[in-house]
Design a protein. Structure first.
Length: 309
């Protein structure tokens, strides 16, 4: 069975197959960040973090004394330190939203289905040729933290965690918030990696400070997933709206043109405010929809971001 082509059903339409040609398009798009980096093509931010010896040089104030080369020091009577070739693999952290609002979908699929597809694509790219993928989920019934792993193990971990969204209850959020998840990544991820946040970004924006902290240390990409009905209210008469995060219900009359216009205006303002916030934080931002081919949209947007990097 091809794990890049999840099974589809009437109850769970899923993101659809992920053709290898589009994965290659994604591979080219993200350039130096994820593009099948082989050992020797990517260097970590910290010189000296690896195992291969690069040189021995005289000690300078601030050098780590644990890297002293005592043989050379004794021979020359001048303190020397060993400098190693830095690690050359990229570590990617996938921060995945599995909260109840992700189960919403009125178009071709649910937001959770698109998030799963993005996780598969990122996992496929981020675990090639020695690169590693770590994963943190938040907002679900059973959130998890998986340490970075290389190869197929990392990809399958991403797939399992993404599909765990189906097991989440819709009554309330899990105890882990996006701010919690990002704070955890900031605490364990070495500088110079890639952080991919996949979410609908609903709820309080308490994630701004930890996202800014992540952007100061890593390349950060925010993949926002939206449904068309979150931007436009249909004219279908009396309608009960349910907040997927809190379970709160509101009864409205969608036949009111004024109500529909106010809804559309508020949605546009909310989206514009979010785009401004992410641009101010200096992170990449891609918006995917539950309608249409999400993977083509993702590939096109990443290609633009790659040229701008």
């Amino acid at each position: 069975m091809n794990v890049l082509a999840p099974a589809r059903s009437k109850e769970r339409p899923g993101p659809g197959p992920t053709p290898e040609v589009l994965i290659r398009a994604l591979d080219l798009s993200v350039g130096r960040r994820i593009r099948g980096l082989v050992p020797g093509e990517y260097r970590a931010a910290d010189r000296g973090g690896g195992f291969e010896l690069a040189q021995v040089r005289p000690y300078e104030p601030g050098d780590d004394v644990r890297r002293m080369d005592w043989n050379v020091t004794a021979r020359t009577t001048i303190p020397h330190v060993r400098v190693h070739v830095p690690e050359r693999a990229l570590t990617t952290w996938l921060v995945l939203d599995t909260s109840p609002s992700m189960t919403f979908g009125t178009a071709d699929r649910r937001k959770a289905d698109v998030a799963e597809g993005v996780a598969i694509a990122v996992g496929h790219l981020a675990t090639q040729r020695g690169n590693r993928l770590g994963l943190v989920t938040f907002g679900g019934a059973a959130d998890r933290r998986l340490p970075p792993a290389a190869g197929r193990r990392g990809l399958l971990a991403a797939l399992v965690a993404a599909r765990a969204a189906d097991d989440a209850t819709t009554a309330s959020n899990g105890s882990v918030t996006p701010a919690d998840a990002l704070t955890f990544v900031n605490g364990v991820a070495p500088r110079g990696g890639l952080v991919v946040l996949v979410s609908d970004l609903r709820g309080p924006r308490d994630w701004q400070l930890p996202l800014a902290a992540a952007a100061a240390r890593h390349h950060v990409l925010v993949v926002e997933i939206r449904d068309p009905r979150e931007d436009v209210l249909p004219d279908v008469g009396d309608l009960t709206l349910v907040d997927g995060e809190t379970g709160r219900e509101v009864r409205v009359n969608t036949s009111s043109r004024g109500l529909r216009e106010r809804f559309a205006t508020a949605a546009a303002e909310e989206r514009g405010s979010l785009e401004t916030t992410l641009r101010r934080l200096g992170v990449g931002h891609v918006v995917l929809s539950t309608s249409g081919n999400w993977l083509l949209t993702l590939a096109a947007r990443l290609r633009i971001l790659g040229r701008a990097a």
